[in-house]
Design a protein around this ligand. Structure first.
Ligand SMILES: [Zn+2]
Length: 312
C-alpha cells in the first residue's frame, strides 16, 4: 500500500511539474573530448598546446523543437567567478577570440554555439525557432531565446553566478547599404542625409582611440522601463568616458535575442552586448572588443556590485 501511495504521489508531482513548469528542463554538460571535438575556432589553435591551459572545456548536445544544438563552454578553473561571455554566432570568429581572451583575463565562463565543424551562422534543421510558429529549415541562435526553448535558453545561463554580468560578443558588417541592416550607433534618417548623429538612446564615445572610432562598433545595453536605470546611466557615462559608443536598446516585445530574453524574462540579470565591426584581420576586431570589455569591467562592474551589495 505504501509503495502504491508513493507511486501515485510521484505521478501527481511529475505531471504537475510537466504541466506547470516546462522551464525547469535542463541539459547535462559533459567533459569535452577535445580529440573528437570538431570546431573551427579551436582548430585555429591546434598547434598551440598552451591555448587551453587553465581552461576546462565542457560540451552538450541536445535536440529541441527540430534543431540539434551543440554548445561548448570554457571555464577559467582558477577564476570561475566572473562574467558569462556569450558567443551565439559561430561565424563571428573575432567574437570567439575576444571571449577566450576575456575569460583568461577576467575569469568566468564562455559559452559558444558550435553550429557545425565550420563557421556557420545558422543552425540547420527543420522545426520552430525561438518559439515562433513557422516551420523553418534554419535557426539563428540569437533568435532562439524563448520560454519555448528552455533547454537552449537555460543552458546559456545555468553557469551564471549571482551578480555577474552576461557579456555577449558579436561582430557585424558595416551598417548602412543594401541588405546590410542597420547595425550602427548612427541615427539612420540623419545618416541618409549625411549627418552623423547618434540614434535615439545612443551616445558617441569621447576621446576615442583610433580603434573605437567606428560607428558600427558599440556597446548595447537593453532596458524596458520608461526611464533608464540609474546604474545603467552611470555605466554608460563611464564607458563613454573611456571612448566607447553606447546604445540603450529599448525592449518591448522579444525578438528572440539573448538580450531581449534576459531583459523581459529574467529580472535582475544584467546584460551588455559588445558589437565590433568585422575586419579582415580577426585580431583587430577582437582588440576592439577588448577595449570595450576593459571599459565595462573597469568602469561599470563596481557600480553594479556596489548597488547590489546595498540590497537594490
Ligand atoms: Zn552575432
Amino acid at each position: 500500500m505504501r509503495a502504491l501511495v508513493v507511486w501515485a504521489c510521484a505521478l501527481a508531482v511529475g505531471s504537475a511539474a510537466l504541466a506547470q513548469e516546462p522551464s525547469k528542463a535542463v541539459v547535462v554538460w559533459q567533459q569535452a573530448d577535445l580529440a573528437k571535438l570538431q570546431d573551427d575556432d579551436l582548430a585555429r589553435y591546434a598547434g598551440d598546446a598552451a591555448y587551453l591551459e587553465g581552461i576546462t572545456v565542457q560540451e552538450v548536445r541536445f535536440s529541441e523543437n527540430g534543431f540539434d544544438w551543440h554548445l561548448i563552454r570554457f571555464a577559467n578553473s582558477e577564476k570561475p567567478i566572473g562574467p558569462l561571455w556569450a558567443v551565439p554566432h559561430d561565424d563571428e570568429n573575432a567574437a570567439f577570440e575576444a571571449a577566450m581572451a576575456a575569460v583568461k583575463t577576467y575569469g568566468g565562463t564562455v559559452i559558444a554555439v558550435n553550429s557545425g565543424p565550420y563557421s556557420e551562422r545558422y543552425q540547420k534543421g527543420r522545426g520552430t525557432c525561438g518559439g515562433r510558429a513557422a516551420i523553418v529549415t534554419r535557426c539563428d541562435p540569437n533568435r532562439n531565446f524563448s520560454e519555448s526553448t528552455p533547454l537552449f535558453s537555460k543552458a546559456h545561463i545555468d553557469m551564471l553566478e549571482a551578480g555577474q554580468p552576461i557579456i555577449a560578443l558579436h561582430t557585424n558588417s558595416p551598417g548602412f547599404g543594401p541588405g546590410r541592416g542597420n547595425i550602427t550607433i548612427l541615427d539612420p534618417a540623419s545618416a541618409a542625409k549625411g549627418i552623423n548623429r547618434p540614434r535615439t538612446d545612443g551616445y558617441f564615445g569621447a576621446n576615442q582611440p583610433d580603434l573605437l572610432q567606428d560607428y558600427d562598433s558599440y556597446a548595447i545595453m537593453p532596458y524596458r522601463s520608461t526611464t533608464l536605470r540609474p546604474n545603467d546611466v552611470q555605466c554608460r557615462t563611464a564607458m563613454v568616458q573611456r571612448g566607447v559608443n553606447v546604445w540603450h536598446e529599448k525592449v518591448k516585445a522579444s525578438d528572440g535575442s539573448f538580450s531581449n530574453y534576459v531583459e523581459l524574462s529574467s529580472h535582475g540579470l544584467r546584460y551588455v552586448n559588445m558589437e565590433s565591426r568585422r575586419e579582415p584581420n580577426l585580431a583587430v576586431a577582437a582588440e576592439r572588443h577588448k577595449l570595450m570589455i576593459d571599459a565595462y569591467m573597469s568602469g561599470c562592474n563596481s557600480i553594479y556590485i556596489q548597488v547590489q551589495s546595498l540590497g537594490d
